[in-house]
Ligand binder design. Structure first.
Ligand code: ZN
Length: 470
């Protein structure tokens, strides 16, 4: 009897996983097409359409342009509860354009590229959602939703989707990101506020009439100086970093306009808010001292990530079942060459092939941020990661468009599929996920957006694009 049950359970999961293997070509092409498109945040029109077309062909109903974001959408398949969700991303990073060869070779010099693998995040979510929809269509009850989330790299599309209440009624969600190892994320990361400061002064001939000028760049430099002194007095694990997105045009023209773009981060959103107030005060002080004025505008603000342990453990079991990527000798040679050209230490292939054990205690080391944090504040969530190497680099742009990446992302899609099937079949699992959720967030939890009612910065990429294209 037990043997028969085990055999039938194996059969169901085999059919599921077999479907993913049979779809390899489809999703290999999708991720490579997205890789080539490599569009900036909030203008990922073609990437978005490519994904929506595939979902509609597979019977999903799609609501476009949600939360006043032209490239955000919600795709739904199935009926009734439970309602499970995956998160797709498709925006690229400035300056990381790259083809898939093992040497530095931008497709468009200085252009956008998938150095964070969001082409894979999009395709993982799509393949997992379509796979689940095929399973639901076999006569199972429940709903699968795919959220098309734009501008993760800086624009924080998910924040506005959460603020709009689009995740109401979702029982739990699983997200995906390619990274350094095969694992379930067990770190809260950081809350983050992205903010642009525009200084304005008075132009003049820098040599002939400097006394008439008031340099906006001086305002930026004085501000940055104050912030660098402040680092010592911010809370432990605070992170702040900036780029000067406009510093003037020529040394002999006193710049009347200058701009600096800041990220302020801390694991605790209250600390991030405190840093924000002190940052605004420093900007005002710098403006006063340099005879300039300053205005600021928010680009994005996102919470640190709440990792649901029960959901994470379920995903871990399934990730272990699926395993890592078995690299061929040709693939190993490619990775070795890529690492050599990027001046990295030799690759550790075991990271690609093995699954890291589950980390029971959630750490809070800070560092990065992700607007998935906002989703995790309102819906129990875990994040599956598969190994591809160091993100936000040209060499990651390269590997993220290869079939090695397709293998890695399909492992994540299979993991999400197996975990969701378990939840659809066993309501007790969802009960445990929700009990843990309520213990952490409290029944009365009410989401408050870190940047209040600020509108989405739909044009934010232009500031960066201007700099990159120069
Ligand atoms: Zn990313």
């Amino acid at each position: 009897m037990i043997k028969a049950l085990l055999a039938s359970a194996m059969l169901v999961s085999n059919i599921g996983l077999g479907w993913f293997d049979a779809q390899f070509k489809t999703y290999d092409k999708m991720q490579k097409d997205l890789h080539e498109l490599a569009e900036p945040g909030f203008v990922e029109y073609k990437s978005c359409e490519l994904i929506i077309k595939h979902l509609e062909e597979n019977g999903f109903k799609v609501e476009r342009g949600v939360a006043n974001l032209p490239t955000a959408f919600v795709a739904t398949f199935g009926e009734g509860e439970p309602v499970l969700a995956v998160l797709a991303e498709y925006d690229a990073l400035p300056g990381l354009s790259q083809d898939t060869t093992a040497c530095f070779s931008p497709r468009v010099p200085g252009g956008y590229g998938h150095g964070c693998g969001h082409n894979l995040i999009g395709t993982t979510a799509v393949s997992a959602a379509v796979g689940v929809s095929k399973w639901l269509a076999q006569g199972h009850k429940g709903t699968i939703k795919l959220y098309g989330c734009p501008a993760e790299e800086g624009g924080g599309g998910k924040t506005y989707m959460v603020r709009e209440g689009l995740f109401d009624g979702v029982d739990c969600a699983i997200s995906y990101h390619p990274t350094y190892q095969n694992q379930i994320l067990r770190d809260t990361w950081s809350s983050k506020i992205g903010i642009i400061f525009d200084f304005e002064g008075r132009t003049s001939h820098a040599g002939g009439a400097p006394h008439l000028g008031r340099s906006a760049l001086d305002g930026v430099e004085a501000f940055n100086m104050m912030m660098n002194l402040n680092r010592e007095h911010f809370h432990q694990n605070s992170r702040l970093h900036y780029v000067i997105t406009n510093g003037g045009e020529a040394p002999n023209i006193v710049p009347d306009k200058a701009q600096v773009y800041y990220y302020l981060r801390h694991q605790d959103p209250e600390v991030a808010k405190d840093i924000l107030q002190r940052t605004i005060a420093a900007a005002k002080g710098a403006a006063m001292g340099t005879g300039t004025t300053v205005k600021y505008s928010f680009v994005a603000g996102s919470y640190s990530i709440l990792c649901n342990t029960h959901l994470g453990r379920m995903a871990q079991r399934n990730l272990e079942k699926v395993g890592g990527v078995k690299l061929t000798n040709t693939e190993k040679s490619y990775i070795e060459e890529l690492y050599r050209n990027a001046k990295l230490p030799a690759p550790d292939f075991s990271k690609f092939e093995e699954v890291k054990p589950f980390q029971e205690v959630i750490s809070s080391l800070g560092g990065s941020s992700d607007d998935t944090g906002d989703v995790s504040q309102v819906v129990p969530l875990c994040r599956v990661e598969t190994c591809l190497g160091a993100i936000h680099t040209w060499h990651f742009s390269s590997i993220s468009g290869t079939s090695i990446a397709t293998k890695a992302m399909l492992n994540a899609a299979k993991t999400i599929f197996l975990t969701f099937v378990e939840i659809y079949k066993n309501p007790k699992e969802l009960k445990k996920i929700h009990e843990e959720w309520e213990a952490v967030q409290g029944k009365e939890y009410k989401y408050e957006c870190l940047i209040g009612n600020e509108p989405p910065a739909l044009e934010y990429y232009r500031n960066i694009a201007k700099k990159v294209n120069k």
